[in-house]
Design a protein around this ligand. Sequence first.
Ligand SMILES: C[S@@+](CC[C@H](N)C(=O)[O-])C[C@H]1O[C@@H](n2cnc3c(N)ncnc32)[C@H](O)[C@@H]1O
Length: 164
Amino acid sequence: VDGTGAEDQAARRDHTRQAYDRLAPVWSSTTDDGPFNGWLERPALRSLVPMPLTGTRVLDAGCGSGAQCEWLSAQGAEVVGVDLSPAMVAEARRRCRQRGTFLVADLGEPLALGPRSIDGITCSLVLHYLRDWTGGHALLRHRAPPRRVDGRLAPPPLRPTATR
Ligand SMILES: C[S@@+](CC[C@H](N)C(=O)[O-])C[C@H]1O[C@@H](n2cnc3c(N)ncnc32)[C@H](O)[C@@H]1O
């Protein structure tokens, strides 16, 4: 879908959701040990996350099947995972053994989270799906002022092949 109108954007979002619903059952098994996600992107992102996370609430925006949520949780964070794909959210919930809060939501829309209720946000390989980044900026309204962590937004570089 190449258009820029609201209908085209809705169609594009539906297409993305359907694609990731289909990928959800194999996402963890094909990315955890893959050279791009498992070896490069995830270690790079994790190296940017300020420690310690104990007592913090961290949003993983576009959480997929929950690899980052699981890691954040293991570091002591209370995790909120959000993704457009219901099947990905189901995988993330299962992977994290119900630890954390998981929501099906479009990051292009306001999230049902309280203002300043989040200490930090991670977002891996997702922003290139949002044509309008206003929603992404709106994500920041959920972020609390720096507290136990320095409240750093740690977006990894976008995957070059997926940027426009
Ligand atoms: C490349 S995957 C990355 C998943 C996960 N962050 C990871 O690193 O394994 C992109 C994810 O973004 C999600 N996504 C795409 N557009 C989205 C949107 N508008 N709102 C929320 N999630 C979205 C997809 O459903 C998919 O799970």
